[in-house]
Ligand binder design. Structure first.
Ligand code: NCD
Ligand code: ZN
Length: 348
């Protein structure tokens, strides 16, 4: 029988961009009003290189979260050569830290300080393996000679496979996976490897972005792939497989930076994210696995307890706004202007 409501453990978002300054004030409520935790990406204009900077940034975020909210921002450092053993020990021992994020140089927004030679980070990977600190990876090569649509595959085959061989116990999350190849790689890897999946990679394929007029608000990194890739991602998310969990990669950019001669990559999916996802699981007769994907698998992988609150979701029609913000600061959310058939409410 069709269910009209479900109650799940409060979900977490294991990959999000909250930015800095006034844009943060605009977007953070879409996350703290639903999620218990979110892993906050460090690719700010001035990247978060050191634990002290992460703590300052976390304090800034906490200043924007109402006291009534239990939301906890979890920090990750931008992988860089100055990370020390002491930094890794701090990350390892604090619940407020979730790991270290690997950006290949030049691959995406604010990645100019990223990695060129991954082998030069083996000293850090070794320490991370020893202290059980997770490496979150943006899994794409930025090599000009590699076709945009093959960049994830080439990264997995050339770089990630080597890191896994050298550091077999290192905990790794391959972030925002986009391809069947990535799904198979993670499925076949050992239990210390897992992957996050975004809502937009579950709902859209590259034709949606390119074939019926250019849709800049679906342009993101790693880029949307083919239909068969979207199906592979959908199948594994809907199955509740324990190695795959939600990391929205919600990445707000102002409308002028998206609709421009050189548009920024990033989809703002945080608005009604959980409602969009429950509708997706419902439409695919997989509501029974929804809680695994959004609330349990990630917490289990990161070895943290489930959130204490519950989220009540019920069938009720709502419209996603055409934009958020105002004329000066406008962001177009994913599925802007469309209707969805679910709403949510946190309960104790
Ligand atoms: C992200 C951003 O804008 O910060 N953009 C994106 O397309 N996903 C960076 C990232 O995660 O690649
Ligand atoms: Zn991201």
């Amino acid at each position: 029988m069709e269910k009209n409501s479900i109650t799940i453990i409060q979900p977490d978002d294991w990959h999000i961009h909250l930015r800095e300054g006034s844009i943060t004030k605009l977007v953070i409520q879409d996350t703290y009003s639903v999620f218990g935790r979110a892993l906050v990406m460090p690719n700010l204009d001035k990247p978060i290189f050191k634990p002290r900077e992460a703590i300052e940034y976390r304090n800034f975020l906490n200043g924007l979260i109402p006291k009534s909210s239990n939301f906890s921002p979890i920090m990750t450092l931008y992988l860089n050569e100055n990370i020390t053993r002491d930094d890794i020990k701090i990350i390892s021992s604090s619940e407020n830290f979730g790991g270290i994020k690997y950006y290949p140089k030049g691959v995406t927004t604010n990645s100019s300080k990223g990695v060129t030679d991954y082998k030069s980070f083996f000293r850090i990977f070794e320490l991370m393996e020893k202290y059980n600190v997770t490496l979150q990876i943006h899994g794409e090569v930025s090599d000009k000679s590699v076709d945009e649509f093959d960049r994830e595959k080439v990264f997995i085959d050339k770089v990630l496979s080597d890191i896994v061989r050298q550091f077999p116990q290192l905990k790794i999350v391959l972030e925002h996976i986009t391809s069947r190849h990535a799904v198979e790689f993670i499925k076949n890897a050992s239990s210390n490897l897992s992957a996050t999946i975004t809502a937009h990679h579950l709902l859209y394929e590259r034709n949606d972005m390119l074939s019926y007029g250019l849709k800049p608000h679906l342009y993101c990194k790693p880029i949307l792939k083919r239909n068969s890739d979207m199906i592979a991602l959908s199948n594994v998310a809907l199955s509740g497989h324990k190695k795959f969990f939600l990391g929205s990669d919600s990445a707000p950019h102002l409308i002028g930076d998206k609709q421009s001669d050189c548009g920024c990559a990033g989809v703002y999916s945080a608005k009604y994210l959980i409602e969009i996802l429950v509708q997706f699981f419902d439409n695919n007769n997989s509501l029974s696995n929804f809680e695994k994907f959004v609330s349990k698998n990630g917490a289990n992988f990161y070895d943290v307890s489930f959130n204490k609150k519950k989220l009540f979701l019920e069938r009720s029609r709502i419209k996603i706004p055409n934009f958020i913000g105002n004329e000066e600061m406008k962001i177009i959310p994913m599925m802007a202007g469309e209707f969805i058939n679910w709403t949510s409410k946190l309960v104790e």
